[in-house]
Design a protein around this ligand. Structure first.
Ligand code: IMP
Length: 426
C-alpha cells in the first residue's frame, strides 16, 4: 500500500488529526502537502491534548518520519515554535522531520497584507485565519516568493526580502492606507533562521520517491477540507491551496500512480468556520440544535478559537467531494455528538429556484440560493466507545448505512469520542 491520502470531505475540522494519528503507526512517513499554519489538527491521548498547525500528526509516533512538502507554505516562526514545543513534550524531532527546500515561506508582510485586505473588503471579507496563507500563495504563483532554500543563503535572502518588503510596503501604504513594515528589522530577524532550520531541510520529493521505491508506506495528510479547495470549493470563500486529492501529487511530487487509497474524513454533521455558503446550516433554529452541536462537539476553531457554524450532514456536497477525490473509504467522526437528538436530518437534494437537484453547484450565486431537502432519521443514545457497528444502536447504524450507500463508499472507521481508544475500525 504505497500512498494513502487522508482528506477532509467537508469544510475542514472533520477530525483529520485523530485519524492520521491512528493510522500513523502503520506508516513509515506522514507528509503534509498543502496549506500552512491555518490548519489545527487536534490529537488527544490519555489526558493530554495537543494541536498541531504545521507539523504532520505522525510526529508523536517514534517510528514515523514526517515531511512538510513543497506545496505547504511555512511560517518559520510558527514552525520553530512548534518544533520546540514538541521537543519539550519529550519527542525527538531532528532526523524525523524533513522540510522541502522548495516550500514557500510566509513572512510578516503576508499577514499584514491579508489583514489590510480583509478590512478593506469589509462585508465581502473571506473570514480567513489571518495566517498570511493567501498572500503567500499569491507570491508563489507571481514568482516573487521566498522559499525555504533561500533561508540558507543570507545574501540571497537579504536581497529577496528587501525587494519583497519594498513592494509590500508600497501596497500597504498606497492601496490600504495601512502601517508599513521595517525592512532592516525583518531582515535581521529572518537571516537568523538559517542555522535553526538547516537540519530539517531536504529535497523531500527525491526522499519520498526513493522511500516509495523502497516499499515504504506514505500517509499524505491534507489540511482544511475539499469544499475549501481553491478550484473545487465554494470560491471565493475558500483557502488558497488544493486540499483535494490532486494536491497530494503536486504538493509532494509523488506520482498519482503511487496513490492507492483515499480516505475521506466525514464529520457526522457539518461545520464551517469563516464566511461563505452553507446550505444545511442551523442558524438560530428554534430547537437550538445548531448551538447544541457547537457546545457538545466543542465546535470552536482550533487555530483561531472562532465559533464554528453548525448544520446537518450534506450528502449532496459529499457526493461531489467523493467524485473529485475518488474516496476509497470513509472515516466518520464525532458520531457521539449527535447522541440524544430526537431526530436527525440528512440533506439529499437541493431546491434551487423551485426545482430539485442532486447536483452540487459550485458557483456562488446558485449555491447561495440552494435550500436543503432532507430525509429524516430516528435519533440514538450514547455511542461513546462502541467497538463495532453491531455495538451501535440500530438507528445509528441506519444513519451510517444510508450515508455510505448514498455515496457508494464503504466506511472504514467510526470515531465516537476524542480519545484514540474511542474509535472503531470497521
Ligand atoms: P485561510 O486559509 O486562512 O486563507 O482562510 C480561508 C478560509 O478557509 C476561511 O473561511 C477559513 O476559516 C477557512 N479555513 C482555513 N483553514 C481552516 C481549517 O484548518 N479548518 C477550517 N477552516 C479553515
Amino acid at each position: 500500500m504505497p500512498v494513502t491520502i487522508v482528506i477532509g470531505s467537508q469544510w475542514g475540522d472533520e477530525g483529520k488529526g485523530k485519524v492520521v494519528d491512528l493510522l500513523a503507526p502503520e506508516m513509515d512517513i506522514v507528509a503534509r502537502y498543502q496549506g500552512g499554519a491555518n490548519a489545527g489538527h487536534t490529537i488527544a491521548w490519555d489526558d493530554k491534548k495537543f494541536v498541531l498547525h504545521l507539523i504532520p500528526s505522525g510526529i508523536f509516533h517514534e517510528g514515523t518520519t514526517c515531511v512538510i512538502g513543497n506545496g505547504v507554505v511555512i511560517d518559520p516562526v510558527a514552525l520553530m515554535k512548534e518544533i520546540n514545543t514538541i521537543k519539550e513534550l519529550g519527542f525527538e524531532v531532528e532526523g524525523r522531520l524533513f522540510i522541502s527546500h522548495n516550500a514557500h515561506l510566509i513572512m510578516p508582510y503576508h499577514k499584514a497584507v491579508e489583514q489590510a485586505r480583509e478590512r478593506y473588503r469589509d462585508a465581502g471579507a473571506i473570514g480567513t485565519t489571518g495566517r498570511g496563507i493567501g498572500p503567500a500563495y499569491v507570491d508563489k504563483f507571481a514568482r516573487t516568493g521566498i522559499r525555504v532554500v533561500d533561508l540558507l543563503d543570507r545574501d540571497v535572502l537579504r536581497r529577496k526580502l528587501k525587494d519583497a518588503i519594498d513592494e509590500k510596503n508600497a501596497i500597504l501604504r498606497g492601496v490600504y492606507d495601512a502601517e508599513t513594515l521595517d525592512v532592516d528589522q525583518m531582515i535581521e530577524e529572518y537571516v537568523a533562521f538559517d542555522q535553526e532550520i538547516d537540519p530539517f531541510v531536504k529535497n523531500t520529493t527525491e526522499y519520498l520517491n526513493a522511500a516509495l521505491k523502497d516499499g515504504q508506506r506514505v500517509l499524505a495528510e491534507g489540511a482544511q477540507g475539499s469544499l475549501l479547495d481553491v478550484d473545487f470549493g465554494t470560491y471565493p470563500f475558500v483557502t488558497s491551496s488544493h486540499p483535494t486529492a490532486g494536491g497530494c501529487c503536486t504538493g509532494l511530487g509523488v506520482p498519482p500512480t503511487a496513490v492507492d487509497r483515499v480516505i475521506g474524513i466525514v464529520k457526522a454533521y457539518s461545520t464551517r468556520v469563516g464566511n461563505g455558503p452553507f446550505p444545511t446550516e442551523l442558524d438560530g433554529d428554534p430547537e437550538g440544535i445548531g448551538q447544541k452541536l457547537r457546545d457538545v462537539g466543542h465546535e470552536y476553531g482550533a487555530t483561531t478559537g472562532r465559533p464554528r457554524r453548525c448544520g446537518w450532514l450534506d450528502l449532496v456536497a459529499l457526493r461531489y467531494t467523493t467524485a473529485v477525490n475518488g474516496f476509497t473509504d470513509l472515516a466518520i467522526t464525532k458520531l457521539d455528538v449527535l447522541a440524544g437528538l430526537d431526530e436527525l436530518k440528512v440533506c439529499t437534494r437541493y431546491r434551487i429556484d423551485g426545482k430539485e437537484t442532486d447536483r452540487f453547484p459550485n458557483d456562488l450565486a446558485t449555491l447561495e440560493r440552494a435550500e436543503p431537502v432532507y430525509e429524516t432519521f430516528h435519533g440514538f443514545g450514547d455511542v461513546t466507545g462502541a467497538d463495532s457497528l453491531d455495538a451501535l444502536p440500530a438507528t445509528a447504524r441506519d444513519y451510517l448505512r444510508f450515508a455510505s450507500d448514498f455515496l457508494d463508499v464503504p466506511i472504514a472507521m467510526v470515531s465516537t469520542g476524542p480519545k484514540r481508544s474511542e474509535t472503531m475500525m470497521v
